[in-house]
Design a protein around this ligand. Structure first.
Ligand code: HPA
Ligand SMILES: [Zn+2]
Length: 330
């Protein structure tokens, strides 16, 4: 099964590139940039990654990215992830990045975009790995700032495959960002949003109705609302589910209790993703393998999940055709 799951052409739709920062690279970049970390060793870092909820993770996630200062750092971060992903059979990565988390530290959008776009071109050329960029707004900061970031990003609008909404969900409902997302819509930029990870089903409905998103990141709490489930099924809204993330952030206590099998049984358009692989215990293959262990799924279920992601990716039809062929042959 491991060979099959490695061969399967995996498309990753929900990844935060800052969440791919492995402790080893964190230490190397801290040294390169003269940053002092609150950890003495890689083991100490791993021990600190004992999260109780989303906020306890976000605190360390924002702290960890203090080592990212130059375009070269962002390039090295992304290339290190692309190489790992490629080695486990990932064919396409759509990555969120968080400009505001860098702006507040004095690292401008140009630095981030230069490093990431260089890595994206290199991944295509050297690994045959395609990529997409999703510029995310932090929902625990105000909407005016998000609008300002969207305007500052004008030199890069053409390079953005989508805008997203992430960070602390509870108490930060999507509708506060309706004007920002309306501006993105008028610019022709697709929209996605995290909803229903820790937040209630209502946040999922409002992300669809008020932000006009084409995908919901996470969405696992939809099952609490049968009418919403029916709508998500009828409209085949893509849900980017992240099983190891949900386990590590205590959305579920055991993977065996995860809503994924029920979501599939309801006919929802589910995909598997890694979210923040350096913090949650592994990348795409680790997530697929964890589902195999927890749910005992056969090849057809994994084909369906990988197929859903292929159909939902921000890519042209030629690429999709190639991955459909690889899926058949896996
Ligand atoms: O899982 C997440 N949820 C919300 N915001 C995030 N930012 C990075 N990872 C996450
Ligand atoms: Zn996420």
């Amino acid at each position: 099964m491991r060979d099959f799951l490695t061969r399967l052409p995996k498309v990753e739709l929900h990844l935060h590139i800052e969440g791919t920062l492995e402790p080893e690279l964190m230490f190397a970049l801290a040294e390169r940039n003269g940053v002092t970390l609150p950890y003495a060793s890689v083991e100490e870092v791993h021990a600190a990654y004992d999260f109780s909820d989303l906020q306890s993770f976000l605190d360390l996630y924002y702290q960890g990215m203090s080592v990212l200062q130059t375009a070269r750092d962002f390039h090295d971060l992304a290339m290190a992830y692309f190489r790992r992903a490629h080695a486990e059979g990932v064919v396409h990565v759509e990555m969120h990045f968080d400009p505001q988390a860098h702006l507040v530290r004095g690292v401008g959008l140009a630095v981030v975009m230069e490093g990431l776009s260089l890595a994206c071109r290199e991944a295509e050329r050297e690994l045959g790995l395609s990529t997409a960029l999703i510029m995310a707004f932090l929902r625990d900061r105000d909407a005016d700032e998000a609008m300002w970031v969207l305007e500052q990003a004008s030199p890069y609008w053409e390079m953005l495959d989508a805008v997203g909404l992430d960070s602390a969900e509870l108490g930060n409902p999507p509708e506060a960002f309706s004007e920002v997302f309306e501006r993105a819509r008028r610019l022709g930029i697709p929209r996605v949003a995290h909803a229903g990870e820790e937040g209630p089903p209502e946040y999922i409905r409002n992300a669809l109705d008020r932000l006009d998103v084409c995908r919901i990141d996470h969405g696992v709490r939809c099952l609490e609302d049968p009418a919403l489930v029916a709508r998500l099924r009828d409209e085949q809204v893509v849900l980017t589910v992240c099983p190891l993330s949900n386990l590590r952030l205590r959305v579920v206590e055991r993977l065996e209790e995860h809503p994924l099998p029920r979501m599939l049984a309801e006919g929802l358009n589910v995909t598997l993703n890694s979210d923040d692989p350096a913090y949650f215990g592994g990348g795409m293959l680790a997530n697929f393998l964890a589902c195999k262990r927890a749910f005992g799924w056969g090849k057809e279920t994994f084909r369906r999940l990988a197929g859903n992601a292929i159909e939902a990716a921000f890519v042209d039809e030629a690429r999709r055709q190639e991955w459909r062929r690889q899926l058949e042959e896996a």
